[in-house]
Design a protein around this ligand. Structure first.
Ligand code: URA
Length: 313
């Protein structure tokens, strides 16, 4: 029994790491889960589990699934699925943030415009009000003449302390990938959908940003893209894809990665987030990311050596 629950928790954690915020559970699956846990209380048929609510599992083999904090620390977060075919998450009732800022860049060269934008974001009262204690607002960095603009999700624990994107473990892996492409961190631009680390109310752990948080920060990201004018954008993981391409519950990163999309006139390549590789990176996933990077290199006209072609083969 414990194994079955752990397997479900593992799968939910994997989906969460992939950026899934909600998981649709069919009536049949709920029935099987309830049969497997044979508890007194049952899950209601056809529910949407917020994958974002999944934290470290504390499986209680004898407890029924719905009442077990193992999967849903906050059982109140279980919401009835919208009727009919839609499984779009119900938006939170009250807006918690003001409308997204209107950003107007000043005249001037790239550096002057970027410095202006950086000051604007670092002093953004909404960003500052959403910081964890002792944390900093995180603004993008890298070359203002970069051909490639990497876009991640949100600062993590290391980034919010240092005020620099992608400096933790995922960042180190990203820099390795960039290095394998024959570039340095300083030759590309690295930004995030979010300028602050979404608060969890707990001392550890991350959560994906809400749609409202992403919408608030998007003008800041868009302005960075406008300043840098990269040849293309690489969206790292589901949150970056959702932030840049808009929400779509039917879209699956595994299906769209490696293909070209458009963000307001700039080619956009979705791929996996480095933290996904760190947690679940099979050789297949590593190869897939690398194939995506080869496509990126080709698109910007970089030479590709035989050795590079052969990585992860
Ligand atoms: N993950 C992100 O998406 N961005 C960061 O800056 C760090 C980790």
């Amino acid at each position: 029994m414990r194994e079955k629950i752990l397997a479900v928790v593992d799968e939910l954690k994997r989906l969460k790491a992939e950026g899934e915020e909600f998981v649709f559970v069919s009536t049949d699956s709920v029935a099987s889960l309830n049969a497997a846990t044979s508890g007194e209380k049952s899950l209601s048929p056809a529910i949407v589990l917020p994958a974002a609510a999944i934290s470290s599992p504390r499986p209680q083999p004898s407890a029924p699934l719905a009442s077990s904090a193992a999967i849903l620390p906050d059982a109140s977060a279980v919401r009835a699925a919208p009727t009919k075919s839609s499984n779009v998450p119900v938006p939170s009732a009250e807006p918690k943030l003001p409308p997204p800022p209107a950003v107007t860049l000043p005249e001037g060269d790239k550096r002057a415009r970027w410095e202006y934008l950086r000051e604007l974001v670092l002093n953004c009262p909404v960003c500052k009000a959403n910081l964890n204690a002792g944390a900093q607002v995180v603004f993008g960095n890298g070359s203002l003449d970069a051909d490639i603009f990497f876009c991640g999700e949100a600062p993590g624990a290391d980034e919010e302390v240092q005020g620099i994107p992608f400096v933790g473990r995922a960042g180190q892996l990203l820099v390795k990938i960039i290095g394998a492409m024959g570039l340095s961190r300083e030759q590309v631009y690295i930004g995030n959908i979010m300028n602050w680390r979404p608060q969890t109310g707990q001392s550890s752990g991350n959560r994906p940003p809400t749609g409202e948080e992403m919408a608030f920060c998007l003008p800041y990201l868009q302005a960075q893209i406008e300043v840098v004018k990269p040849k293309l954008i690489v969206a790292l993981g589901n949150t970056a894809v959702t932030g840049l391409m808009g929400p779509d519950t039917k879209r699956k990163l595994g299906q769209i990665r490696g293909k070209w999309f458009d963000f307001r006139g700039t080619p956009l390549m979705p791929t996996y987030h480095p933290s996904y590789v760190l947690q679940y990176g099979s050789n297949t996933v590593k190869r897939q990311i690398w194939e995506d990077m080869l496509a990126v290199m080709e698109k910007v006209g970089m030479p590709i050596s035989e050795k590079q072609q052969g990585y992860f083969r």
